[in-house]
Design a protein around this ligand. Structure first.
Ligand code: HEC
Length: 151
């Protein structure tokens, strides 16, 4: 996968994704999230398989409730998580997760599995599942927008 080679460093990835968002936002003004494209979507099946993989590969560090990990993983739910990631976007979240998680074997899971994990995380943050599956592809994900963050 090209993006893993290009964005081998998660920090560089976030900076780059953040920079790209900054440009789009400057053009769109306040309505960036509304105009950025189609709202993100994923299916209940993706959430369910994402949850199964989460329990296997992520829960020890990030916790059963995604904010109560025992081994130093930061919260993956809540206002501050969304405040950090929603402006970066779903492609950025997918890219970071796929290139950096789990820390002992980053990128070891399939793209589809990472998409399922992101679907599960977004679902836990209050976005409802629908009929259209989430693509496991950076370019397609970059077309999708996330809702406004709410407390
Ligand atoms: C060994 C413990 C560990 C495991 C297992 C683990 N993580 Fe993490 N995770 C971390 C740590 C530590 C960070 C913070 C790293 C950083 O900011 O560079 C992190 C950061 C994250 C972030 C970004 C959170 C933020 O606030 O920026 C996401 C999303 C994430 N992990 C998802 C996952 C997923 C999905 C899995 C399972 C495939 C997983 N993690 C497995 C320890 C872990």
């Amino acid at each position: 996968m090209g993006y893993r080679a290009i964005f081998g460093s998660a920090a560089a990835f976030v900076l780059l994704a953040g920079g790209a968002w900054g440009t789009a936002n400057a053009q769109d003004g306040a309505a960036a999230t509304d105009d950025a494209g189609q709202m993100v979507s994923f299916t209940q099946e993706q959430v369910a398989s994402g949850q199964r993989e989460y329990v296997r590969s992520c829960q020890d560090c990030h916790g059963a409730n995604l904010n109560d990990g025992e081994f130093g993983g930061p919260p993956l739910v809540g206002f501050y998580f969304r405040e950090k990631w929603y402006p970066i976007g779903v492609a950025g979240l997918f890219g970071f997760t796929a290139s950096a998680m789990p820390p002992d074997r980053p990128g070891a899971l399939s793209d589809e599995t990472y998409a399922n994990l992101v679907a599960f995380i977004l679902s836990e943050n209050g976005i409802e599942a629908g009929d259209t599956p989430m693509p496991a592809d950076m370019a397609a994900l970059a077309e999708l927008s996330l809702p406004e963050n709410e407390e």
